[in-house]
Design a binder for this molecule. Structure first.
Ligand SMILES: [Fe+2]
Length: 338
């Protein structure tokens, strides 16, 4: 059966050129390095909001979007977002270290934080993911090119972020920095409610039992700063919220024939209901991680090399960091010890 996959460049909010320019100029003035001292950087960005220097129209939009029911509207899209005018081309053999060394302006980081603060989300970092950086790069890295992680070169199956971690983010925000004109890479997402509505009652029951196994994600394991042991068996449905789907396409397995069969049905529904969105430079996709699920699809690329410089930045965020405080690295606010 052929299924039409919807693709859109319409967004929920679009900055006007004048607004983008003004906000870019404002954020270019920030000279606190977020990779050297995150709390000071957050103080600086929060100060801009206190001084009402961010466009009122955008603040009003965020006030409204915050109230959207997450299970019905789990994805928020923006375009015309400020990003750095000069972005270095990063070394494929160690892009994170190279970024910290050579990216000297912090417009993209500051905008991700402006968005999180206006949406009342709290960004967090993980000791095992980019050594605890709050701002993470979705950028290929040779040693992880063939993994299912943010450093992959190729497709990534449907997943929710950090699904089997002990601190699971409530929102994932992705900002486009660079994508070559001739490649077409889609961040595709599906509303969990559409999948749940497509399952029979008995399939939902099978998927709610702890008969599934997913290995820890590739990046967390590669980080290797904190040992995690082996992942536990888990249910696919009914974790963090009534709408939660905890599965990683091609990684999660059902441990009984019924469990595996129900998982096949679920994966088919994920693809049937997906929407494609291209996170081009200045586009942002913010997703409720417990109400929606996403994947990366390479629709077209002339060469593998053309994918190598695609660059998005991201934050993962929680609603209330106090709830997770016992998991944080001592002395480091909002950095998870794992
Ligand atoms: Fe992801």
């Amino acid at each position: 059966m052929w299924v039409h996959v919807e693709e859109t460049t319409d967004t929920d909010f679009a900055f006007e050129n004048r607004e983008t320019e003004k906000l870019t100029d404002l954020l270019l003035q920030i000279d606190v390095n977020p990779y050297a001292g995150y709390p000071a950087f957050e103080g600086e960005v929060a100060g801009l909001l206190d001084d009402k220097r961010v466009p009122r129209r955008f603040k009003d939009f965020c006030d409204e979007a915050r109230e959207w029911p997450k299970h019905e509207r789990p994805v928020i899209t923006l375009k015309g977002c400020p990003i750095d005018p000069d972005l270095p081309y990063l070394d494929f053999s160690d892009p994170v270290v190279d970024k910290r060394r050579r990216k000297k302006t912090y417009v993209s980081e500051a905008f991700l934080l402006v968005y999180a603060l206006l949406m009342k989300q709290e960004p967090i970092g993980y000791a095992n993911v980019n050594d605890g950086d709050v701002f993470q790069d979705i950028h290929p890295w040779d040693k992880l090119a063939h993994t299912q992680s943010q450093k992959a070169l190729a497709d990534i199956g449907f997943h929710k972020d950090l699904a089997n971690h002990f601190v699971r983010p409530d929102w994932v925000n992705l900002l486009g920095l660079r994508q070559s004109a001739e490649t077409f890479v889609s961040t595709s997402y599906t509303r969990n409610i559409d999948v749940l509505n497509g399952l029979s009652e008995s399939q939902r029951e099978v998927l709610s039992e702890s008969n599934f196994y997913t290995p820890f994600d590739d990046l967390t394991v590669a980080g290797n700063n904190v040992r995690l042991g082996d992942a536990e068996r888990h249910p696919v449905l009914g974790g963090a919220s009534d709408y939660d789907i905890r599965a990683f396409e091609n990684r999660t397995i059902g441990l009984t024939p019924e469990a595996q069969q129900a998982l096949y049905v679920l994966v088919k529904l994920l693809h049937r209901h997906k929407k494609r969105f291209r996170i081009l430079p200045g586009f942002l996709l913010g997703e409720a991680n417990n109400e929606s699920i996403h994947c990366k699809e390479i629709i077209y690329t002339p060469t593998t090399e053309a994918l190598q410089n695609r660059w998005l930045q991201k934050t993962v965020n929680v609603a209330d960091s106090n709830q997770h405080a016992h998991h944080f690295v001592p002395g480091r606010d909002r950095i998870v010890n794992g």
